[in-house]
Design a protein around this ligand. Structure first.
Ligand SMILES: Cc1ncc(COP(=O)(O)O)c(C=O)c1O
Length: 395
């Protein structure tokens, strides 16, 4: 254990089982540890480094903004946040933007917005329907929204106002809708819960139900947005438009930012009803503007779609070669491989030893969420390592 790792044990709260590596530098899809060892990064800061590590577009925007103006109060106009908001609106189906600092904060704000909408338009309705297997963040409200008992049980009693119903069942949503319901909140496809894709007609049926009942559809695109699934936003592939959408993770390719986007009709906050000291910070907004502009101008979603198909094909090849692969699934550069046995931790370690970072999604599944700028060569390299790691474990 290195000195940094010993100090961490002494001073840091134990909220995560860390892997025994201290990362000190990154470039593109590669990172280096304190001993100079190189790794191919298929975790990307948990689906955050959309352009890879320290991309020049993001780094230069940060450097210039840091030398110009680092923080102002939201009582004043600020150019980087307006530029970012304009870019997001012009490239989505939404009309208005609120900026914050993380995914959970964006989702909290989205639920507050839906409750304000409920007060104005739905006789005070406040309840939000979410689904099993979802993940919406770690604040108390978002733990209540997240349909996974393992995140909820340590913190009961949880805030009220959420109904968790079965995923991929429009009947379950219909049955849970009451006069108190103001919104349905879904990930366009589920990330943390297992890389679970919606059934073909599910999102369209939810949209229709929301239209019929007058309740809002909130899509959490915190993991799927900004090109990861092959389009700028994943909703584009399902023929539905949300009333409210949340973003974070890949939005600034590594800087902490979150966003709530809403259609004009759902944009009902009035001054003083919501806020955030650092939300819309000039540095993160400059980073985000540069990132999103690069993503759009260089068709990075198209690259994620093409390389994602290649990744999927290669994962399927691997599943033919090795016994015990029960499923391969995903969209774009968000993919998972599932096994019949709980070998994910052993595989993560075997890959790490061979220079590849991958994420343990579940005890029996791995997730791949590399930078969106990778090519087929990086996929070949990563799956070559995974192939070896699988052989070493199955020996
Ligand atoms: C779909 C989704 N929503 C919300 C969150 C929470 O985001 P954050 O960790 O930035 O609060 C995550 C994080 O993994 C996520 O994947």
């Amino acid at each position: 254990m290195s000195r940094w790792q010993e100090l961490e044990k002494e001073y840091f709260m134990r909220t995560v089982e860390r892997l025994p590596v201290t990362l000190v530098r990154g470039k593109g899809a590669r990172v280096w540890d304190e001993d100079g060892r190189e790794y191919l990064d298929f975790v990307a800061g948990w689906a955050v480094n959309s352009l890879g590590h320290c991309h020049p577009a993001t780094a230069e925007a940060v450097t210039e903004q840091v030398r110009t103006l680092i923080q102002v109060s939201n009582q004043f106009y600020s150019i980087p946040q307006v530029q970012l908001a304009e870019l997001l609106v012009q490239n989505s189906c939404l009309d208005k933007v609120f900026l914050c600092n993380s995914g959970a904060e964006a989702n909290e704000g989205a639920v507050k917005l839906a409750r304000r909408y409920g007060k104005h338009h739905l006789n005070g309705a406040y309840e939000v329907i979410t689904t099993t297997g979802s993940f919406h963040g770690r604040t108390l409200g978002m733990v209540a929204a997240t349909g996974q008992p393992k995140f909820q049980e340590p913190y009961v009693p949880l805030p009220s106002g959420f109904a968790n119903v079965e995923y991929n069942s429009i009947e379950a949503i219909k049955a849970a809708t009451t006069p108190q319901t103001c919104a349905v909140m879904l990930e366009t496809l589920q990330g943390e819960g297992g890389v679970n894709l919606p059934d073909d007609d599910y999102l369209a049926a939810v949209r229709t139900w929301c239209d019929q009942t007058g309740i809002l559809l909130i899509l959490d695109e915190i993991q799927t947005g900004i090109g990861r699934t092959g389009t700028l936003f994943a909703y584009e592939q399902y023929g539905v438009e949300p009333d409210i959408m949340t973003l974070a993770k890949g939005l600034a390719s590594g800087l902490p930012i979150g966003a709530i986007l809403a259609k004009d009709g759902a944009s009902v906050f009035t001054p003083g009803e919501h806020g955030s000291t650092f939300g819309g910070n000039p540095v993160t907004c400059a980073a985000s503007y540069a990132t999103v502009k690069f993503v759009i101008d260089n068709d990075i979603p198209g690259n994620a779609g093409r390389v994602g198909e290649y990744l999927m094909a290669k994962l399927k090849d691997l599943s033919q070669k090795h016994q015990g692969v029960t499923d391969v699934r995903g969209r774009g550069l968000l993919a998972a491989i599932e096994f019949s046995r709980d070998i994910a931790q052993a595989l993560v370690m075997a890959c790490l030893e061979r220079g590849l970072l991958v994420n343990k999604l579940k005890p029996n599944a791995l997730r791949f969420m590399p930078p969106l700028t990778i090519g087929n060569e990086e996929v070949d390299e990563a799956l070559g390592i995974l192939d070896e790691a699988l052989s070493s474990i199955n020996e």
